[in-house]
Design a protein around this ligand. Structure first.
Ligand code: AMP
Length: 418
């Protein structure tokens, strides 16, 4: 399948070709025609599958009819709501790149930064708005955005959005936008609350499933380390000693380390810095500036280790990762796939190291169920997880031939001293 066969306009095809996209990805092949036809869509595609273009390209194509309206008279006709600023920024950049040879204009708005410049940009006239939910509603209350002409609404990373407590905001946005609109919902996982949302707001949607499991894990060498919880830090340092160098100007692997909590991220950052590593971190409590600064340092190779929570790292486009370390095992199996899928992209090989303590063993089980295969275990390391007394293999009760050889009376008499 080629992009041309997807009936996209030549201005869009030109931009896509310039970006070096040779052929559409699976989610693009499945989604683009359906969006062009005007259907509502539920898609389980994750970041890394090309899902942004899957909704951006047909949206641009549909809005081409309005592209030549004078700038000041432009009306917002498509909205993408996104849970995090970084993701929103990324989507905006993608839209801009795809719209390069059209007269369609996009902008992005999110909280945590001054609202006035955002209002000015909207006033100048845009066709597509990318927004985080809270800031969008704020602008709406101030009557700075007109949402009465929205033709397509994209709810991106819906599961994350609901996890972050945006459910009411999302519902409000659905209500205040035009009644007859197309809704495209993307969600890496489909927990009940996302299903509830889809049934309440979408109309006869087409479901597009993209199996991330096989594709994401294909080029990634996975290794699992069983380790006592209190030894994880030491094991992490042990791995880093092997995987990277502290010396300036030496070629270093780019490493992303995942932790489950913000507290964990901070703690690990301090320890690694104390041990002489060049580290930045990324979590939801950091200001927009601090996050951007961290991201830039990592992208510009000023530092080679980034520590992040899942929420903070979702949607940020970090390519060229050599290694992913799961310091904590994720409790949602899809998150594992999502994390390790950040390495081994674009035909390159990647490595994923996972540190699993006793209390996380059940997570490994569900991950392996999802992957449909076992993650290879690395036993050669200095901090192995000792088997608990009740983990030890059960004592043999003796062979069936010997059974009953001694009388119960004799067994009772035999008090073992050891
Ligand atoms: P996304 O899943 O939207 O975050 O996209 C992941 C990455 O794949 C981005 O860096 C895109 O620029 C890139 N990408 C999207 N579509 C294609 C395609 N058809 N061919 C090659 N790369 C693509």
């Amino acid at each position: 399948m080629t992009f041309k066969e997807l009936q996209l306009h030549k201005t869009i095809l030109r931009a896509v070709a310039e970006l070096g996209y040779n052929s559409p990805t699976a989610v693009q092949v499945k989604t683009i025609p359906v969006v062009l036809e005007g259907f509502d869509v539920i898609s389980s595609a994750q970041t890394g599958t090309g899902k942004t273009a899957a909704f951006a390209l047909p949206i641009l194509q549909k809005l081409l009819k309005n592209q030549d309206v004078a700038k000041r008279r432009k009306i917002i006709r498509a909205i993408v709501i996104s849970p995090t600023r970084e993701l929103a920024e990324q989507i905006n950049q993608d839209f801009k790149a795809y719209a390069k040879y059209t007269n369609l204009r996009t902008t992005v708005v999110y909280g945590g930064t001054a609202i006035e410049p955002q209002i000015d940009r909207i006033k100048k006239g845009i066709d597509i708005l990318i927004a985080t939910p809270g800031r969008l509603l704020d602008l709406y209350k101030r009557e700075k955005v007109n949402l009465s002409y929205i033709e397509t609404l994209v709810i991106d990373e819906a599961d994350l959005m609901l996890d972050m407590g945006f459910i009411n905001d999302v519902n409000k946005i659905v209500k205040i936008t035009r009644l007859q609109k197309q809704i495209l919902l993307f969600s890496a996982t489909m927990p009940q609350k996302v299903i509830d949302l889809t049934t309440s707001v979408l109309q006869e949607p087409i479901t597009i499933k993209i199996a991330a499991t096989s594709s994401a894990a294909k080029n990634v060498k996975q290794q699992l380390y069983y380790v006592p919880k209190r030894k994880k830090m030491e094991l992490c340092l042990h791995l880093l000693r092997k995987l990277t160098s502290k010396k300036a100007n030496s070629s270093k692997n780019n490493i992303l380390i995942f932790r489950r909590t913000k507290f964990g991220v901070d703690k690990l950052e301090k320890t690694l810095k104390r041990n002489g590593y060049q580290v930045v971190s990324f979590h939801g409590d950091k200001t927009q500036n601090a996050r951007q600064e961290a991201l830039n340092k990592f992208k510009n190779n000023e530092v080679n280790i980034l520590i992040a929570t899942d929420v903070a790292s979702r949607g940020i486009d970090i390519t060229d990762l050599d290694i992913v370390i799961n310091f904590d095992m994720p409790n949602i199996p899809e998150t594992y796939v999502h994390r390790i899928g950040r390495t081994g992209r674009a035909g390159k090989s990647g490595n994923a190291y996972s540190l699993c303590s006793r209390d996380e063993k059940s997570y490994v089980k569900s991950i392996q169920n999802l992957l449909n295969k076992a993650i290879p275990v690395e036993t050669e390391h200095p901090y192995p997880l000792e088997a608990k007394p009740d983990d030890k293999p059960k004592k043999r009760t003796g062979s069936k031939y010997k059974k009953g050889r001694k009388s119960t009376a004799s067994k009772k008499k035999k008090k073992r001293w050891y």
